[in-house]
Design a binder for this molecule. Structure first.
Ligand SMILES: O=C(O)c1ccccc1NCC(=O)[C@H](O)[C@H](O)COP(=O)(O)O
Length: 242
């Protein structure tokens, strides 16, 4: 288990643009321009990871497949790819970008047999995104309920899932701080590494998440705070460097 918190700056893509949403809700987009420029800026600033999301694919409003492949292909750093990866075709396209790993969300709720199969086939190239309101999972771009967090976690653990990306939807894109209690509870329920997502607003938030590394938190996705210039990525990397 790494001793320092990994940071994953986010590039969420909607209709060809880098955007941030509030609570992951379609229609709340703030646009931040070219996804490739944003990703290259995070790379230049020293990021070791990029969290790249195809929001159209997640919402079922099309996809940005070619652009996502272009961005992933332009990166020298590790890429975690998310959004609308739900079957053999979308998984093959995602893995073919050369990304380090993919996040499955809806599929883990709706087609558990397929997810068990790809976990056994692709190992730690597969992570599962556990996107919750309270302790209820949400799928289909976070628009539909999809079962209990802890029951699903136990099932995925038994199937060998390598890693979880845990998002409190109520916090996502709000700059209200991460849900540390949720992260502690998930870490207590699994021995697999956890990537925190949603709500980071300050360097102190990142330091608080870094304190959970001994419990099993491996990384933190940071989106809105970077775009809103609450701090720079260089400052964030420095804050979690020890
Ligand atoms: O990841 C998805 O599949 C997804 C689906 C639907 C809505 C949002 C989705 N992801 C959003 C993210 O992964 C954000 O980039 C991340 O949670 C950052 O949040 P924040 O730091 O609060 O901006």
């Amino acid at each position: 288990m790494p001793s320092k918190l990994e940071l994953l700056p986010a590039v969420d893509v909607r209709d060809g643009q880098a955007v941030r949403l509030v609570h992951g809700e379609s229609g709340t987009e703030t646009s931040y321009g070219s996804p490739l420029e944003a990703a290259l800026a995070w790379q230049r600033a020293g990021a070791e990871w990029l969290h790249l999301v195809d929001l159209d694919a997640a919402f079922g409003t099309g996809d940005n497949r070619a652009l996502i492949a272009e961005v992933a292909g332009a990166m020298d750093i590790k890429v975690e790819l998310s959004g609308g990866i739900r079957d053999d075709d979308t998984l093959a396209a995602a893995l073919a970008t050369g990304c380090t790993r993919v996040n499955l969300g809806t599929a883990a709720l709706e087609t558990p047999e397929w997810v068990a199969k790809v976990i056994s086939e692709f190992g730690d190239r597969i992570a599962v995104g556990l996107d919750v309101r309270g302790t209820t999972l949400r799928g289909r771009g976070w628009t539909r309920d999809g079962g209990d967090l802890y029951e699903t976690l136990a099932r995925l653990d038994s199937e060998g899932c390598a890693r979880y990306v845990v998002t409190d939807i109520a916090k996502d894109g709000t700059l209200q701080g991460p849900n540390l209690e949720l992260l502690r509870n998930v870490c207590a329920a699994t021995d697999r590494p956890v990537v925190a997502s949603g709500g980071v607003s300050s360097l102190d938030d990142l330091r608080a998440i870094a304190e959970l590394v001994p419990l099993g938190v491996e990384g933190s996705i940071v989106g809105k705070a970077l775009y809103a210039k609450a701090f720079t990525l260089e400052e964030a990397l420095e804050a979690v460097s020890s």
